[in-house]
Design a protein around this ligand. Structure first.
Ligand code: ADP
Length: 169
């Protein structure tokens, strides 16, 4: 659902994740932070026209990561994934916009950097699947689940960009 400028304002940011109000979780993983790629990642989402509604740096706990990667618990790389993800600070953010989940997966590129197209974040900045710089939610439902794990509702700010009418209609 694509809504006009006037309507978007009246939607509740807490409950409506469809259309323009769709949200996704993006995280610069510890290797991305160490390699000073935070700005590079943010730049790509900003220049695309998405809206940043939450941002923080944190040292992720084992508990948070166990919940975040619950579907990967039986994978052979699970323990090394948790070691990697707790090896240093992470920058977590929530981006909002029309089809932001799908667009973000395109911006980020395939999980394995060897498959990630040049121009994508992983395709431009990584070599190995175990150090692939960024996380991005893979579905709207997954994004809602992950955002509620990583952010408290009060940490998400619903603001209106002055360029809204130029990006939408
Ligand atoms: P994505 O992060 O693209 O959604 P997955 O959810 O499948 O991909 O995997 C989560 C993360 O686990 C990947 O981003 C990557 O860091 C790590 N990972 C996935 N597959 C492997 C693997 N074969 N070896 C090591 N790490 C892996």
């Amino acid at each position: 659902r694509v809504l006009g400028h006037g309507h978007a304002r009246s939607l509740s940011s807490d409950t409506d994740f469809s259309g323009i109000k769709e949200r996704t979780l993006v995280a610069v993983k510890p290797d991305g932070v160490q390699r000073r790629l935070i700005g590079e990642v943010i730049k790509r989402f900003e220049q695309r026209g998405f809206r940043l509604v939450g941002l923080k740096m944190l040292q992720a706990s084992d508990k948070l990561l166990a919940q975040h990667y619950v579907s990967l618990q039986r994978k052979p790389f699970y323990s090394s994934l948790l070691y990697y993800m707790t090896s240093g600070p992470i920058v977590a953010m929530v981006w909002e916009g029309h089809n932001v989940v799908r667009s973000t997966r395109m911006l980020v590129g395939c999980t394995d950097p060897a498959e990630a197209a040049p121009g994508t974040i992983r395709g431009d900045f990584s070599v190995h699947v175990s150090r692939n710089v960024v996380h991005a939610s893979d579905s709207v439902e997954g994004a809602e689940r992950e955002i509620s794990l990583w952010f408290h509702r009060s940490e998400l700010i619903d603001w209106e960009g002055c360029d809204h009418k130029n990006i939408y209609h």
